[in-house]
Design a protein around this ligand. Structure first.
Ligand SMILES: Cc1cc2nc3c(=O)[nH]c(=O)nc-3n(C[C@H](O)[C@H](O)[C@H](O)COP(=O)(O)OP(=O)(O)OC[C@H]3O[C@@H](n4cnc5c(N)ncnc54)[C@H](O)[C@@H]3O)c2cc1C
Length: 416
């Protein structure tokens, strides 16, 4: 089939690879000049397990507070009605999960996809010899016993699926991450040995090359102005008529909802902003070796080769380019508290503000729409890289008319 993909973030690239692998003639349209320039640019680097990101789905962490200086989510004055409605749905679901102490079906669906995706990524990395920065292991820091309670549903989802999660005391946590500050007080820690930290953008660039070697074409600096339903196709900015394709896959991240609206398709997709700071190593012995999540502040620290990346923050209704000063303060403070002296701040520091394309129940929308030939692979939220390889393979199987290797219950593109 002749297939168009809109968007060359990590989701568009993995989709292009899988469809090219299946022998389709793939063209990717990307408005930016390169791969992974938007949400996939400087992600936290937490690759597995996907449900351990506090924003992966309602119930993955305690219900987010929105008031006060230390609110988990900062709500801007320009919040829209759609964003308010998203927030209400997310908080209601998070409270329901916290009350029951069990994972919601959406968190279970996300865990299933993340586990499948991790296996697919490892297979691709090995079989294609993709040399991207990565380091094994994920450590969760529990500053108080309440941190463990907040994680209970996510841990249950992981353990029910057979993922090993070890409970550690402070000494054992320090043996795993020797750079942890001796003055950091912990109630304990959890360790997921088969967790992974890595460099998302580097992975996307390498997989784009692999897709190109299989015939996928990438058209950069090319904005899709409209999707067309009959005939199926895309109308590029400046063009007078749509380009016809046998199928179109929308992977345009947070901008997807605007492209769907003229076709009468509405998705409750919102932009949840966050930031990351990447700083060069100063002293290896004082830096994280892999992924470390500070559960209380919802901050992730990850080792990426010769750099450390700290990321977090959640801002709704605040569409500016600049990182929120309080978010940045938290990132620097937490990194300093956990790994003092590990990085240098004097030069080579990269500050990034990015967006999580979020649906209200957590998992992405993967599959067919009511418009013939139009498919979705979008809304990967806080775990886009963790989910991308799996959702791309499952979508390619659906397009081929085959049953995907995993149950896609809870991930359908028409569930809203
Ligand atoms: C602070 C922060 C930390 C994060 N940490 C992690 C993490 O540790 N692990 C993890 O797995 N995930 C993480 N994420 C989430 C992850 O970054 C996203 O889920 C993921 O990058 C989404 O990928 P995407 O391809 O859907 O979107 P994008 O990367 O945004 O790609 C969409 C692409 O579509 C293009 N596009 C849009 N409209 C058009 C158009 N009309 N025509 C042509 N092109 C168009 C855009 O230019 C863009 O390149 C984090 C996000 C943030 C903000």
């Amino acid at each position: 089939m002749k297939i168009a993909i809109v968007g060359a973030g990590v989701v568009g690239v993995t989709t292009a690879f899988e469809l090219a692998l299946d022998g389709h003639a793939v063209t990717v349209f990307e408005q930016r000049s390169a791969t992974a320039e938007e949400a996939s640019f400087a992600t936290g680097g937490l690759l597995a397990p996907g449900v351990l990101d506090p924003w992966s789905a309602p119930g993955a962490a305690s219900p987010p507070s929105v008031l006060g200086r230390h609110a988990a989510m900062r709500v801007g004055r320009s919040i829209s009605l759609a964003e308010l409605s998203w927030l209400r749905r997310w908080r209601r679901a998070a409270h329901a999960s916290a009350r029951s102490g069990t994972p919601l079906p959406s968190l279970v669906a996300l865990e299933r996809l993340a586990r499948y995706s991790h296996a697919r990524l490892q297979h691709l990395a090995e079989s294609l010899d993709l040399a991207f920065e990565h380091s094994p292991g994920t450590l969760l820091l529990l500053r108080t016993p309440r941190d463990a309670e907040a994680l209970a549903p996510a841990l249950k989802a992981l353990r029910d699926a057979g993922t090993a999660v070890r409970e550690l005391d402070t000494e054992m946590a320090r043996a795993i991450e020797p750079g942890l500050s001796p003055s950091l007080t912990l109630a304990g820690a959890l360790h997921v040995p088969n967790g992974l930290a890595g460099n998302c953008r580097q992975f996307a660039l390498l997989l784009r090359q692999a897709a190109q070697q299989r015939g996928a074409q990438f058209e950069f600096n090319t904005r899709v102005a409209r999707l067309s339903g009959s005939p199926t196709g895309v109308q590029l900015e400046g063009a007078s008529a749509p380009h016809p394709f046998d199928a179109v896959v929308l992977c345009a991240g947070v901008q997807s909802a605007a492209l769907l609206r003229p076709l009468g398709l509405r998705l409750p997709l919102v932009a949840l902003y966050g930031s990351s700071v990447s700083a060069p190593l100063r002293e290896e012995l004082h830096a994280p070796l892999a992924a470390v999540v500070d559960v209380q502040t919802r901050t992730t620290m990850a080792r990426l080769g010769q750099r450390v990346r700290v990321s977090g923050g959640a801002e709704l209704g605040r569409n500016t380019e600049k990182a929120h000063p309080q978010t940045l303060n938290t990132l620097y403070r937490v990194l300093g508290e956990c790994f003092p002296g590990g990085v240098t701040h004097s030069s080579g520091v990269q500050v990034w503000r990015g967006v999580r394309p979020m649906l209200p129940d957590g998992p992405p929308a993967v599959g067919a729409t009511s418009v013939p030939g139009l498919w979705l692979n979008l809304g990967h939220g806080a775990s886009g890289w963790s989910l991308a390889c799996g959702s791309a393979r499952a979508l390619a199987d659906q397009i081929a008319g085959k049953a995907p290797d995993i149950d896609l219950e809870g991930l359908g593109a028409q569930r809203f």
